[in-house]
Design a protein around this ligand. Structure first.
Ligand SMILES: [Cu+2]
Length: 280
């Protein structure tokens, strides 16, 4: 049977971030105001269609506006929208103001790339190394600065996201190609990933489990497949996962240390001792 209800709020997936409940309350307020106004407008419309229908003996007449009515229907929505805007700013502050992002317990970088989500975790030292777009290559999507020792142990993963619950997680978000959108429905997060800029997103998940990470920006032919799973874990499980990643990374780093690659001297032009036009 077709199950109809005016209450479409049940379409939300379960909210599991610290602010998802307040977010849903705000959504519900706006939703029910919209339902109310929709009903009012449609009932008025149908009533008027019936009341002012063509009948013999009834003549139409023409007049130029009504100031009281026009003033009212301009002022009422203005008050409504300005009021909702001011009221919802509290929620916006909590979720979006970059100046109010709590001190991170865990910090990661995420970049969108048609059609994958990539993550960078701080390695064994717990610190993300410096990055800059000038270092970005096909094999160094995050532009990790090779001269920063703290970046050497950073761990780069594609489509694999594990994070601990009850921690303030800050995601530094960007894109390497086109606009993508970092969409975590269970956390009530949707944030554009913009090439050339880093945007901070924060959340604190309260429940373990696997949750969808999708791209919510039409970014090309593979857009539909640009999704991953965010695995929210207990502290202990997350530490175990991180340890395994760090151990695997250590094997690579040790191998590189034992057998260092020849330094590409040609990559950086040697500074000219006496450049043209220079006088000493
Ligand atoms: Cu995308």
């Amino acid at each position: 049977m077709f199950d109809f209800s005016w209450n479409m709020l049940t379409y939300f997936p379960p909210g599991i971030s610290t602010y998802s409940e307040a977010h849903d309350d705000l959504f519900a307020l706006v939703y029910w105001i919209s339902v109310g106004i929709f009903m009012l407008v449609q009932i008025t419309l149908v009533t008027f269609i019936f009341k002012y229908r063509h009948r013999p003996g009834h003549k139409s007449y023409h007049y130029h506006g009504n100031n009281v009515v026009e003033f009212t229907w301009t002022l009422a929505p203005t008050i409504l929208f300005a009021g909702l805007g001011l009221y919802s700013d509290e929620m916006w502050k909590v979720m979006k103001y970059s100046s109010r992002i709590p001190t991170p317990d865990v910090e990661i970088d995420v970049v969108g790339q048609a059609f994958n989500w990539n993550a960078r975790y701080p390695g064994a030292d717990g610190i993300l190394g410096k990055r800059h777009a000038r270092y970005r290559t096909a094999t160094n999507l995050f532009g990790i600065d090779p001269t920063d020792a703290r970046g050497k142990d950073d761990i780069v993963l594609t489509g694999e996201f594990n994070l601990p619950i009850n921690k303030n997680v800050v995601v530094h978000l960007s894109s390497v190609d086109v606009l993508h959108s970092y969409f975590l429905p269970n956390f009530r997060i949707k944030q554009d990933a913009v090439p050339g800029s880093w945007i901070d997103v924060w959340f604190n998940g309260t429940k373990t489990g696997k949750y969808e990470l999708a791209c919510a920006e039409l970014c090309g032919s593979g857009h539909y497949a640009m999704r991953a799973v965010l695995n929210m874990q207990s502290d202990a499980d997350f530490a175990k996962w991180m340890d395994a990643k760090n151990a695997a990374k250590k094997i690579i780093l040790d191998a590189e240390a034992a057998n260092p690659k020849p330094v590409e001297a040609a990559a950086a032009p040697a500074p000219a001792a006496h450049g043209a036009g220079e006088h000493h």
